[in-house]
Design a protein around this ligand. Structure first.
Ligand code: MRU
Length: 351
């Protein structure tokens, strides 16, 4: 199962809106189609959104038929379309900026060479994502107790990334070391990433998983059936405040009350050191019909007033550890995240 793949004439994605009923791949052949697939959640999860957008830029360059000067305008236009699809996951902007840097560094070359470099960069980002997740898994697995019963929300797995996953990557690595007894998957209303995607993905790997509705989390924690909560992230501010799927904040408050460790697993590209705290993280509000309907079936009045934030922010003080490919950050995050950032810069100088 590959969530994304570059093809000669487009980007092939696994359409996640169809899971678990149907495993259907789609070929996206223009930057507009890529942007639409991101908006519609056919591809989703912060790291995968980033890589998809990178391929979107590569695709815009490959499909462009004009001269070198008009390519620049086309890439700027494509960047804007892509960056405006979803506001919360910072990986999207990070990936588009990285692609544009590669473009600017190669804009003096022949058109074909520019295209090749852009495709190669997007491919590199896909590969890096997988390696980073394996590393997050290795580092994070050490943090779990023996026979851990792990509670998670949404889907921060192979489907949300280019393989292995972040929160579920940690679970996968720990499971292969015999450290995970079971996973509690919160259903994740309204889009049901937990029941549709996490349950499917873990079942494929034969990792024991039990589905609960979101409002059952307090029950399983209070009855002593959860050892640790592990989630992904869409954007982490400099002080550790973390935006993730709506419902994550409630889980962190519950975990704190029950003295259960709360771990966030994310690549460094999800960390936005330009934002001091969670107040500044833009939250995406989605179509009210996502709440009014379940599986296309109306469950309230058609015109019922609805609030539908897709993400919430968990204060850093409720987070026990943030696991990244560069290492594990512990509170206070202002200094531990800054240190990991410095470490990353030093490592890239060594290369
Ligand atoms: O709206 P989604 O499905 O894109 O939200 C995804 C999440 O909230 C994930 O937890 C996060 O992006 C991390 S995915 C590795």
């Amino acid at each position: 199962m590959k969530s994304i793949e570059w093809r000669e004439n487009g980007v092939r994605i696994l359409d996640q809106t169809r899971l678990p009923g149907e495993v259907r791949y789609r070929l996206l052949s223009s930057v507009e189609e890529v942007a639409e697939a991101i908006k519609r959640l056919e591809v989703r999860g912060a790291p995968l959104i980033g890589v998809t957008a990178a391929y979107g830029i590569a695709l815009a360059a490959v499909k462009h038929t004009g001269d070198r000067e008009s390519l620049k305008n086309e890439l700027i236009r494509s960047s804007e379309i892509l960056v405006n699809t979803r506001p919360t996951a910072v990986n999207l902007r990070w990936a588009v900026e990285r692609m544009m840097q590669v473009y600017h560094a190669s804009s003096h070359l022949e058109l074909d060479a520019i295209r090749e470099r852009l495709v190669a960069e997007a491919r590199r980002m896909e590969e890096e994502d997988l390696h980073q997740n394996m590393r997050i898994g290795e580092l994070g697995a050490d943090l779990l107790p023996e026979d851990a019963r792990v509670l998670t929300i949404c889907n921060a797995g192979a489907l949300a990334t280019c393989g292995h996953g972040t929160a579920l990557g940690l679970v996968r690595s720990a499971f292969s070391r015999g450290r995970v007894k079971k996973v509690w998957a919160c259903e994740t209303r309204p889009v049901l990433q937990g029941s549709r995607l996490t349950v499917w993905e873990l079942a494929e790997d034969e990792i024991p998983v039990t589905l609960i509705t979101d409002n059952m989390a307090g029950y399983v924690m209070r009855s002593g059936q959860v050892d640790v909560v592990v989630t992904g992230a869409d954007r982490i501010a400099a002080n550790g405040d973390t935006a993730n799927k709506i419902g994550t904040y409630g889980l962190a408050v519950l975990a704190h009350h029950h003295r259960i460790p709360f771990i966030v697993a994310a690549p460094f590209s999800s960390i936005d050191l330009s934002i001091p705290d969670g107040e500044k993280i833009p939250i995406e509000f989605r179509d009210p019909d996502e709440v009014r309907k379940v599986g296309g079936l109306l469950i309230t009045l058609p015109e019922a007033e609805v609030l539908n934030p897709a993400f919430d922010v968990t204060p850093g003080e409720l987070i026990t550890a943030i696991v990244t490919e560069r290492g594990v950050a512990r509170p206070p995050y202002l200094s531990s995240l800054a240190n990991l950032n410095k470490k990353g810069r030093e490592e890239s100088y060594e290369l």
